[in-house]
Design a binder for this molecule. Structure first.
Ligand code: ATP
Length: 439
């Protein structure tokens, strides 16, 4: 296993149509897709890259995999600089949203294919190639108890194995001779299939599998190779909600068992929050914050992260700082906890953006510190109810979302008073969007 380090990575693509003669250079211009990316994924860590569509998540993953070249900066896997290495020399396995299974191969062959390629590549470069090839094929003792590789590899000389393989190729499967390498591959495929509960599917073709089963095969193919790093690009997007939840839990538990460093791309913040040891939030090609799920939720570094993490998203209201602890909005005024005093001293008289999550708003009683609102929309989910409310005398059409207990009797058009939990308030600088730290 290994850590993955990205040092000041930049990526630009040439975009535009250009002219056929090539003389119109202005028509092609480099577009920066990733900028100043510094990221360290620790050995064995599950890191999630999350961000809106087009922010550069897949490009970042493709740079690590070696499917794209960096424009500037360094990528290290373990302590090896891999910038110049082709994908197959980076010891990384990638799982895509589209599964990318070979349609004409059975599940078994799909799982074995990567192992054969790895062993072939290795034999070409190693004097003791055959023995080492077998070793690689059953490399992970954590998945499959290793066979006695040395003795397996010694059973017959290579030329004799080749003769036997060729002579028995047309016999029924159980009579065919398997080379030592194929035996090791078979053992490894079985172990991975058992772990992913797809043993009964090994003889099927991909078209005979459900989406969830295909995804497990794609995961198995990556696992079988026992790489140093797994890269996963939205691997659950094609699954329905129930299967998505199940497979999500399965991936997390597999990753914990294997301890393989994993970088997982998603645009779904719930997926990010439930899967990642840490999450890197990206926007417009730049990392906004890298932190644990709860740290991102409790202490977002800026307004973008605050809005992106949490569902429904955080509400924002413009406020004015009257004195270090008093903030006012045209519709309410409230005193903040004393812990804000040092941070707000230099903002006296200035405009700030107040952030409050729907779950930190309560139905309350009339008071100057509370918000007088009318219910515009109501979503009763059974376990909780979400209200969309506007100020009763229509403050610029501002809408807020609040979460209330499901047994609260609220109906559309009701007038309510809402209170904001003072110790759950976030404040942001409206010009930079940066969060103001509470201490
Ligand atoms: P999504 O969640 O929609 O897959 P993403 O965050 O993974 O999005 P990328 O696929 O990394 O985003 O794309 C980032 C930006 O780079 C996009 O604006 C995209 O149009 C651009 N881009 C990606 N590949 C190329 C390319 N080969 N040439 C030019 N621009 C590209």
């Amino acid at each position: 296993m290994a850590q993955v380090v990205l040092e000041n990575v930049y990526k630009s693509f040439q975009t535009g149509r250009g002219s056929k003669s090539g003389s119109d250079e202005s028509a092609i211009s480099p577009t920066a897709v990733l900028r100043r990316i510094h990221l360290t994924v620790r050995d064995g860590e599950f890191m999630v890259l999350v961000g809106p569509s087009g922010c550069g998540k897949s490009t970042l993953l493709r740079l690590i995999a070696g499917l794209e070249d960096v424009t500037a900066g360094n990528i290290l896997v373990g302590d090896r600089l891999v910038n110049g290495l082709p994908p197959n020399q980076r010891d990384i396995a990638m799982v895509f949203q589209s599964y990318a299974l070979y349609p004409h191969m059975t599940v078994y062959e799909n799982l074995a294919f990567g192992l054969r390629r790895a062993t072939t590549a290795d034999t070409a470069t190693d004097r003791n190639g055959r023995k080492r090839a077998v070793a690689i094929a059953c490399a992970s003792a954590r998945i499959a108890p290793p066979v006695d590789l040395a003795s397996t590899a010694r059973t017959l000389p290579a030329w004799a194995e080749a003769v036997l393989v060729s002579a028995t190729r047309s016999l029924p499967k159980r009579w065919r001779y398997l080379s030592a390498q194929e035996q090791a591959i078979a053992q490894r495929v079985q172990a991975v299939a058992q772990m992913l509960q797809i043993e009964t599917l090994l003889e099927r073709l991909p078209k005979q599998l459900s989406g969830g089963q295909k995804q497990r095969v794609a995961l198995g193919r990556a696992m079988a190779r026992n790489p140093q790093v797994f890269l996963m690009d939205e691997p659950l997007s094609n699954l329905d909600a129930k299967l998505r939840n199940e497979t999500r839990a399965q991936i997390v538990s597999l990753q914990r068992t294997l301890g393989t460093t994993t970088i997982y791309v998603t645009h779904d913040q719930t997926e990010a929050m439930t899967m990642g040891d840490r999450i890197a939030v990206l926007n417009a090609g730049q990392i906004q914050q890298i932190a644990t799920p709860l740290e991102l939720y409790n202490r977002p570094a800026n307004q973008f992260v605050a809005e992106f993490i949490g569902s429904p998203p955080m509400n924002f209201l413009p406020v004015q700082v009257q004195s270090p602890l008093l903030i006012s909005h045209p519709k309410f005024r409230m005193t903040l906890p004393a812990s804000w005093e040092p941070a707000l001293r230099r903002y006296s008289g200035r405009a700030l953006t107040l952030g409050i999550r729907p779950e930190h708003i309560n139905i309350s009683l009339p008071a100057p510190k509370n918000l007088s609102v009318r219910v515009k929309r109501l979503e009763a989910l059974g376990s909780e109810t979400y209200l969309t409310v506007g100020f009763t005398d229509g403050e610029n059409g501002t809408l807020l979302q609040a979460r209330v207990e499901p047994d609260r009797s609220v109906t559309l058009g009701d007038d309510l008073w809402l209170s904001l939990m003072p110790d759950k308030i976030h404040l942001f600088d409206p010009t930079t969007g940066e969060a103001i730290a509470e201490y």
